[in-house]
Ligand binder design. Structure first.
Ligand code: PMP
Length: 402
């Protein structure tokens, strides 16, 4: 059987890990492959490439209601997060010799934020406050207020969790920081503490317009929004000081050296435009599928599973559950054998025994399964998932009886 025939029979329920490139994006991506010249050169071919790069930047800027020079293209969210956290700390140290910077981050940040935090802490470069989440997976904004200090350089809060899909109150957090600047530091125009949000999982489902989302730095990734892999961006609000963390040329306003991934950037700009345009409609459709999924699970497996994270503050494409007494890795493998792709935990965290995100919700982490939906998901796939789960559970019950 050809790989295409085999694929069409599969139910892909892992959109939070990566989404397929959509046809409109593929079209512009393929066209841009022919614009091969280096945008940094001054001949006519290079200028053509540079023009395409800058028009893509302007399209992204328009979509987010920001200025072109506030958009830095990167190789993805990991790099954007590194530049945001590491870059801002380095710039602060440069301006404040002899002082130690302080960082606030939630315990459920993506590893591309948490690992930098741990690194800076272990090397005694920065002091860290890791914020616990409530049992529903949300951050208590009061805890941010309590943690802020004059040396706080950056507060980094993931907009929506890649594992449990829980949405954080980023607007309230921003208000809290502005209040702190005005009433404690005495100047609301003070640049620090910066607010960074990793919004990689949100453009399809949450408002990311930066006129109203008052963050200084925002990370996006293309592959989560039906764009090409290996490309992303960091929004850097004008006036925010960052040091570059990779040395090389002066591309991307001297912040991110290296020849730009032009086809990837063109595809990402298109994917982002479509994500924002179709957001409300797709949210309604997926919310219905999500409700259907939860109610079918409840109907068929009542008392046998727990929902991880809030039902209310949750992306419409995420269902993360723990089946009590059933090994989640085994479940993922069994579902895969039945042609259904789901995840046990984030694809970026395959080395760890258990998920630190689930462990932060409750003491006894008993594994979890992430089911994430997208444009290709229908209720039929949910029916297929439920039928497969029933088959798997009865297979193991029968095995145990023998
Ligand atoms: N942040 C979040 C919230 C993510 O979901 C991911 C991808 N799992 C990343 C960062 C890393 O993205 P990338 O692979 O584009 O570096």
């Amino acid at each position: 059987m050809s790989i295409f025939a085999r694929k069409s029979k599969r139910a892909y329920l892992d959109y939070a890990a990566a989404a397929p490139i959509r046809p409109e994006v593929r079209e512009v991506f393929l066209r841009a492959l022919d614009i091969f010249a280096n945008p940094g050169t001054i001949h006519a071919d290079g200028i053509e490439a540079k023009n395409l790069l800058e028009s893509s930047r302007n399209r992204v800027a328009d979509t987010l209601s920001v200025r072109g020079k506030e958009v830095i293209f990167t190789s993805g969210a990991t790099e954007s997060n590194n530049i945001a956290v590491f870059g801002s700390v380095l710039a602060w140290i440069e301006a404040n010799p002899g002082k130690k910077p302080h960082i606030i981050a939630s315990r459920i940040e993506h590893p591309s934020v948490l690992e930098i935090c741990k690194h800076l802490e272990q090397k005694d470069i920065a002091e860290l406050t890791y914020l616990d989440v409530l049992s529903e997976g949300t951050i208590d904004v009061k805890k941010i207020r309590e943690a802020l200090r004059p040396e706080t350089v950056i507060v980094s809060i993931i907009y929506a969790s890649n594992e449990i899909g829980v949405i954080q109150p980023v607007r309230e957090i921003s208000k809290e920081i502005r209040h702190y600047k005005k009433h404690v530091l005495g100047n609301h125009e003070f640049k620090y503490p910066l607010l960074h949000t990793d919004a990689s999982q949100t453009p399809l489902y949450e408002d990311i317009n930066l006129q109203t989302l008052h963050v200084d730095l925002m990370t996006l990734s293309s592959e989560k929004i039906y764009g090409p892999h290996g490309v992303g961006m960091l929004f850097v609000r004008s006036g925010t000081k960052l040091e570059k963390i990779i040395m090389g040329g002066s591309q991307e306003f001297n912040l991110r050296p290296g020849t730009e991934n032009l086809p990837g950037i063109v595809g990402f700009a298109k994917a982002l435009e479509l994500a924002v345009k179709e957001r409300e409609e797709e949210c309604v459709r997926l919310r219905e599928i999500q409700d259907y999924c939860f109610s079918e699970l409840e109907k068929n497996f009542s008392g046998k599973f727990i929902v991880n994270g809030s039902r209310e503050y949750r992306l419409p494409n995420n269902v993360n559950i723990t089946f009590l007494g059933f090994d989640s890795e085994l479940l993922v493998i069994e579902l895969d054998a039945k042609g259904i792709a789901v995840s046990e935990r984030s694809a970026c965290n395959t080395e760890d025994e258990e998920s630190y995100v689930i462990a932060s919700l409750r003491k006894n982490d008993t594994g979890s399964v992430r089911i994430s939906f997208g444009r290709g998901t229908s209720k039929n796939e949910i029916d297929r998932l439920v039928t497969s789960l029933k088959e798997i559970f009865s297979k193991y019950e029968n095995l145990l009886k023998k």
